[in-house]
Structure formats: C-alpha cells, structure tokens
Design a protein around this ligand. Structure first.
Ligand SMILES: Cc1cc2nc3c(=O)[nH]c(=O)nc-3n(C[C@H](O)[C@H](O)[C@H](O)COP(=O)(O)O)c2cc1C
Length: 257
C-alpha cells in the first residue's frame, strides 16, 4: 500500500489524508467507496459516478441475477468492484459452483472482485465448513482466468468480524497464504480491524460498517484498512453526506474514541 500519510493505529488526533491511495496494484482517487447492495447490477454506476466516490462495489451478482452478462465494461474514473455470490443458501458444492461461474462471468468487467461471505439471510458467513474449498476453487479459477486473459484481477472475500475477543472467522484463517488479495471486513470495531489487518500481514483490508463521518474513515485507515466503504451513510444522507466526508478527509480532526 502506498499512501501519503501516517497509517499507524492512531488513538489521538487523526491527520488529514492524502486523497489518492494505491492498493491492490490499482490507484484510487480517494479511499471512500460505495458498498455492495445499493446497486445490485451496476446500472446505477453512471449516475453514482457524479458523487466523487473513489470506487463503487456493485452486486451481489449471482447466476440468478441474470444481468451481469450484459453489463459491458463501465468507463469511469472510479474503480469498479463486483461483489459475487450465490442465491442458494448455505455453502455446498452447488453454491461453490455458483461463485466460480459468477467469477468467470464478471472477471473482465471490473477492477476487483469480492466473494461475499456475509449473507445472513442465506445462512452463509465466514465461519462455515467448506470455506477452505471455496477459497481454493476461487483461486484456481482466478489463476486460469488470469493466465488466459493475461490480466490478474484482485480477488477478496467479504465477511463479518464484529466481535472483540472471539476467534477469527475461518475465512480469515483461510486467507493467509491462499493467493487471495484481502478482505472486505464488516466491522465497526477498530481493535478488530487492527488485529485482523496485522494478522493478514500485507493483504488488503477494506473496512465497511457504521461509517458516517470523515473521522470514521480516518480511524478505519489508521487501524489498518486501505479503503473504506459506506452503505447506509449514502442511502440516508445522499450526495451531500458523501461530499462532507470527502471534504473532511482533507482536514485534520481530533478523534475521540
Ligand atoms: C439494504 C441493504 C442491502 C445490502 N445488500 C448487500 C449485498 O447484496 N451484498 C453485500 O455484500 N452487502 C450488502 N449489504 C451490506 C452493505 O454492503 C454493508 O456491508 C453494510 O450495510 C454495513 O455498512 P453500513 O453500516 O455503511 O450500512 C446490504 C446492506 C443493506 C442495508
């Protein structure tokens, strides 16, 4: 990761951030992104581009979405991530096949891919048996796509890691040494983000969950995240909220934990 400011785990005042971030081998115009779920298919990306996000992650795209094949390459200054999954519950062989099929479908359409393991309604999380197999199969599929296409697209997993002092989710353990590039971590615990970022030892952490202010973004970055996403802050506060956060990133702030 290359950034212009100190990114140690900060507990006092938080410095202004240089807006641009280079991570996953990609440069992002700023660290703030829109999380998956707001735009399931990518059709809103052209209108969302006006708000100043450094990236937008759309999805979750599944084989049942049925629209990913027609997305085409979206041209924008923003980075585009696609979040993939399965509409089936649990984590069995068919579900793994859905993830792999969707990875193949979206591989050439985006800057990075996220395999979503945070799907409580589908009884799927980062702690299930089958995680190791899913990670292995995704890595093999990505390596083949990369060799055939001559272009390696970063691949991450998204999972919840909310609670302090509990064991890491199995998916975090499976990540290290797997060939995957990092995790989108759903957590509002700075300690948790810090511990997991340290454990992942150089892999990329994207933080999401409970981010409403520029101070939250700075604190997540100080805790070890490289990029930070919002969902509800945009859904509730719209473009004005995003402008305020982006402006706040360029100013030093006192942070009270
Ligand atoms: C209505 C709604 C739909 C969502 N759909 C998805 C989804 O399809 N895929 C996904 O990975 N996350 C989805 N999420 C989770 C968000 O991406 C994000 O992780 C979560 O809302 C926490 O961030 P926030 O506190 O900024 O809202 C959804 C969230 C909401 C509120």
């Amino acid at each position: 990761m290359h950034v212009g400011e100190n990114r140690t785990h900060h507990r006092g005042s938080l410095p202004a951030l240089n807006q641009s971030v280079t991570v996953l081998g990609l440069s992002f115009s700023n660290p703030l992104g829109l999380a998956a779920g707001f735009d399931r298919t990518g059709e809103l990306v052209p209108s969302l581009a006006a708000h100043g996000f450094g990236h937008i992650e759309f999805g979750t795209v599944t084989p049942a979405t049925g629209r990913a094949a027609t997305l085409g390459r979206i041209r924008s200054r923003m980075r585009i991530g696609i979040n993939i999954g399965s509409a089936r519950p649990g984590l069995d062989e068919q579900v793994i096949e859905d993830y792999v099929a969707t990875l193949r479908q979206v591989y050439g359409l985006c800057d990075y891919v996220v395999a979503n393991l945070s799907a409580p309604a589908l009884h799927r999380d980062g702690n299930m048996s089958g995680i190791d197999m899913l990670v292995k199969r995704l890595c093999v599929a990505r390596d083949v796509l990369s060799a055939v296409g001559g272009h390696r697209v970063p691949l991450l997993v998204k999972l919840e890691a909310r609670r302090h002092r509990t064991a890491f989710p199995a998916a975090i353990m499976a990540l290290r040494g797997s060939g995957l590039d990092g995790a989108v971590l759903v957590s509002d615990s700075l300690d948790r983000i810090h511990t997991i970022s340290t454990y992942l030892d150089g892999l990329t952490v994207i933080s999401v969950g409970g981010v409403r202010l520029a101070e939250d973004v700075k604190a997540r970055i100080a805790a070890g995240a490289s990029l930070v996403q919002v969902h509800r802050a945009y859904a509730d506060g719209g473009a004005a909220r995003i402008r305020r956060i982006l402006k706040g990133l360029t100013e030093p702030t006192e942070h009270h934990r």
